[in-house]
Write a protein that binds this ligand. Structure first.
Ligand code: NAI
Length: 334
């Protein structure tokens, strides 16, 4: 039995993500939780003839009643994906979402700590640079934090990097891999274009413009949607791709699956400490290897070009601030 849970399942990302998980035949049960409309989404998806049984849950109507909806959604979860929270409008940074989303993510993480502490947890809600540490701090408070199983989802940055570089290199974008490390907002997004596979030699101008486009690709969507939100469909695809990698490694035992994710560097002491020695942070989007129980290896940062090194130096102070803000939110809450 493989139960997948989506928290925030009725939203712009949540609905197409739920559809893609319903189409994933490894999933046998799909639990959808939201503060609105999740039973409707569940009823709709439930008519699709794939294996997963779909259920929808809501919080209680009475203010201080126990949240049995969240409890029933989470109990027995193998993998939990969180796209709950508000998205950006034009002119907003991801950090502007902190005020609202930090509390939402904290409360959902508290439910996870109580009802499904051994599940894989994938955080989509922004600002990912801060919400991932928030979840970790909540789990630590409950003594159930496993850094090998907590992931800030940055896959959309890699998806965009494959698409944008393919437009220039002419390679099929489905075959292109560009490690994008650091964090998931503006200058903390660090595309390592020198490590693109299949290899390609970009000009200095191309590196400048591609780097900027990958860092601010999200803004293109926010602007085009003109107040109606941020990336939802491409994010759903990216989230489903990352979830599928976790399922392949943890359920099907496919070894050495390589992805990139924003992780706590304790997930692999050896590789993590090497990155820590360079960046002086506890969290960093890194190339990781996945196994049955989560992260088996974090690849160190090696052979950066002088330009990539300058991107790294520019990213560190903002990343540190974002991480500290998330950690402080929970510490001050106690
Ligand atoms: P949306 O507003 O369309 O959907 C959010 C959903 O969360 C709504 O259905 C809402 O009812 C639900 N929700 C709110 N509070 C909740 C709670 N306490 N418990 C359960 N559900 C709750 O927003 P959208 O476009 O789906 O974006 C969701 C989040 O994903 C945003 O924070 C956005 O910034 C982020 N995002 C992250 C990306 C990434 O690469 N990691 C890319 C794009 C967006």
């Amino acid at each position: 039995m493989v139960k997948a849970v989506i928290l925030g399942a009725a939203g712009g990302i949540g609905q197409p993500l739920s559809l893609l998980l319903k189409l994933n035949e490894t999933v046998t049960e799909l639990a959808l939780y939201d503060i609105v409309n999740s039973p409707g989404v569940a009823a709709d998806l439930g008519h699709i003839n794939t294996p997963a049984k779909v259920t929808g849950y809501l919080p209680p109507k009475e203010k201080n009643a126990p949240n049995d909806g969240l409890k029933n959604a989470l109990t027995g979860a193998h993998i939990i994906i969180i796209p709950a929270g508000v998205p950006r409008k034009p002119g907003m940074t991801r950090d502007d979402l902190f005020k609202i989303n930090a509390g939402i993510v904290r409360d959902l993480a508290t439910g996870i700590a109580q009802y499904s502490p051994k599940a894989f947890i994938l955080i989509i809600s922004n600002p990912v640079n801060s919400t991932t540490p928030i979840v970790a701090e909540v789990l630590k408070k409950h003594n159930v934090f496993d850094p090998k199983k907590l992931f800030g989802v940055t896959t959309l940055d890699l998806v965009r990097a494959s698409t944008f570089t393919g437009e220039i290199s002419g390679h099929d974008s489905r075959d292109i891999r560009v490690p994008v490390v650091g964090g998931h907002s503006g200058i903390t997004i660090i595309p390592l274009l020198s490590k693109i596979s299949p290899s390609y030699s970009f000009s200095k101008e191309q590196i400048d413009s591609l780097t900027n486009r990958i860092q601010y690709g999200g803004d293109e969507v926010v602007k085009a949607k003109d107040g109606a939100g941020s990336a939802t469909l491409s994010m759903a695809q990216a989230g489903a791709r990352f979830a599928d990698a976790i399922l392949k490694a943890s359920v099907k035992g496919e070894a050495r699956l390589i992805e990139v994710s924003y992780v706590h560097l304790d997930a692999d002491k050896d590789g993590g400490d090497k990155i820590r020695a360079t960046v002086g942070l506890d969290y960093f989007s890194s190339t990781i290897e996945l196994g049955t129980n989560g992260i088996t290896k974090i690849h160190p940062l090696e052979n950066l070009t002088a330009f990539e090194d300058s991107l790294l130096k520019a990213a560190i102070p903002e990343l540190r601030e974002n991480i500290n803000k998330g950690v402080a939110f929970i510490k001050e809450d106690s």
